[in-house]
Design a protein around this ligand. Structure first.
Ligand SMILES: *Cc1c(COP(=O)(O)O)cnc(C)c1O
Length: 375
């Protein structure tokens, strides 16, 4: 994980535009309205954007909650001085409940064992543990099965030192199955209503990821969990909202050479020069999370022009064709993601070329790449 202002020498870096974070957060706020709370997932190093700085910014922007995948991420946030409530979105082993109380964390609960262990530990310390119950309405990942959730929650609600602060579910098909998603919303609503009638009132009810926020107002309940859109990335095409990406990926030309016609380039010689070519070597590779599947497919921007990647992406380096670019020199800046002059390369395009999703591209950008934050 990257912290501000360390010395670094490698001319390969990620720039994070924090103004755009404020823009996207403001947009989510406008979409959901003043009564709906916003939990922002900052798991996986804030989708590769740097968990600490992003969480600090979100805290000052007025986010209500942060979401992480595991205890270690949550503890790192607390040790960095983050005071916002933090929900661990996944389940944990029942033997690991102590840090939840040490660091005032909220735990997702979907087993009786974990609920009892957490309650027991909280009772020992004479404190209240905070929990959100996960209900499975069709994702089939974690969560109490919907038809068992009512009795599960009624039983858990009797535990003396466990506070059920939230209840949530997740949409697996918010992009491609609207009728399924609407059915999940109905199921979740029905459960909340039954619990209300039984006098089990749970303060926070949430279901929507980014696509839920954008496409399913009925799925907002009183809290939403937008991740990708907060980082300015589109979960799918054709959305009529104006997000601004935070992240650019840049490097500098490390080496230049001219190679004759019919020379093989990089491992396996998957590219053979059709004529004499000028080739630049860039200090970035799949060891940094730049996908090897982009070999011979993607391009970067140099002098405001497209320079195609030729040959296999290596672990720490890749080669680009700069034959047609005038006055290239070692040390010159190249953009792999982001804007240069009037051209840009976005994460969504790269993901498509690499046969993956935007999430994976940004999450994979490694710790070896320094993050630079711009206000
Ligand atoms: C990561 C995550 C989200 C955010 O999803 P996006 O598609 O990035 O908006 C929401 N809910 C849960 C449970 C998650 O794990």
């Amino acid at each position: 994980m990257n912290i501000k202002n360390n010395v670094f020498y490698r001319p390969t870096w990620v720039e994070i535009n924090l103004k755009n974070l404020a823009h996207n957060f403001g947009l989510v706020k406008k979409i959901v309205g003043p009564k709906v709370k916003i939990l922002v997932p900052v798991k996986a190093d804030a989708y590769g954007h740097g968990i600490i700085v992003i969480s600090q910014e979100l805290q000052s922007l007025g986010a209500d909650y942060l979401g992480v995948a595991c205890l270690d991420e949550a503890i790192l946030l607390r040790k960095s001085g983050i005071t916002l409530p933090i929900l661990i979105l996944n389940t944990i082993l029942a033997g690991n409940v102590k840090p939840l109380l040490d660091y005032s964390l909220t735990q997702t609960i979907c087993t009786k064992e974990l609920a009892h262990k957490l309650n027991q530990e909280a009772r020992k310390r004479n404190v209240l543990a905070c929990a959100h119950i996960k209900v499975d309405t069709g994702m089939h990942r974690i969560g109490v099965a919907h038809n068992e959730a009512y009795s599960f929650i009624k039983a858990i609600a009797r535990l003396s030192n466990l506070r059920i602060e939230g209840i949530f579910t997740h949409f697996p098909c918010a992009d491609n199955k609207p009728s399924f998603t609407r059915m999940q919303i109905r199921m979740f609503n029905g459960l909340i209503q039954r619990l209300d009638e039984a006098n089990v009132h749970i303060p926070f009810k949430h279901a929507s990821n980014s696509l839920g926020v954008i496409n399913y107002p009925a799925g907002h309940f009183n809290m939403v969990r937008p991740g990708l859109m907060i980082y300015g990335l589109y979960p799918t095409g054709g959305l009529k909202i104006k997000l601004k990406p935070l992240l650019s990926l840049k490097t500098k030309i490390a080496y230049l050479k001219t190679v004759p016609k019919r020379s093989g380039v990089s491992y396996g010689h998957t590219y053979v020069t059709p004529r004499t070519m000028k080739i630049a070597t860039m200090p970035i590779g799949y060891g940094d999370g730049y996908p090897r599947s982009l070999s011979n497919k993607a391009h970067c921007l140099i002098s405001g022009r497209e320079a195609r990647i030729i040959g296999k992406v290596c672990m720490d380096q890749l080669m680009v064709d700069v034959t047609k670019i005038k006055k290239v020199k070692i040390g010159q800046e190249a953009v792999l993601i982001g804007r240069q002059k009037n051209k840009s390369i976005n994460v969504e395009q790269l993901a498509k070329l690499a046969g993956t999703i935007p999430y994976e591209i940004v999450c994979n950008l490694g710790e070896r790449i320094r993050r630079i934050y711009k206000n």
